[in-house]
Design a protein around this ligand. Sequence first.
Ligand code: 4NP
Length: 152
Amino acid sequence: MVCLGNICRSPLAEGILKHKLKEEGLDWKVDSAGTGLWHIGEPPDPRSVSIARKYGLDISRQRARQIQPTDLDTFDLILAMDSSNYQDILRLAKTNQQKQKVAMILNYIAPGSNLNVPDPYWNDDGFDQVFRMLEEACEKVVEQYRQVGEEG
Ligand code: 4NP
């Protein structure tokens, strides 16, 4: 799960997906990162922690990190929150196999739409909407790949 700062959107996406996987009994490795370096080592934005708590999730122990080129080998799927994150991640990809792992997360709800998860950093009211979008998208991600996981 990748956004710009790894303190607002992607920590929520990480927390939501991990929670869904636990409910489903699926053991997938999930992490989040930012394309930027400003917030490395910081906990999620208090507004993200608070909205997650409202929906019953604790994301307070996450710490921000910056995406590394090796992430494109470690993970099978790299989900960008917006088109600028998407372009930044693609710049790190060296092979076609790595490029094919990168997708816009809202395309799991609206295929081919390339819609952005709005950056709520400057908008205190945006966090609830972002949470609900990410919840819907994570549900689709689990639905789509559950079969692959079962097949190993
Ligand atoms: P995020 O939000 O990419 O969803 O974590 C942002 C966090 C910090 C900044 C921008 C967006 N910033 O400019 O510091």
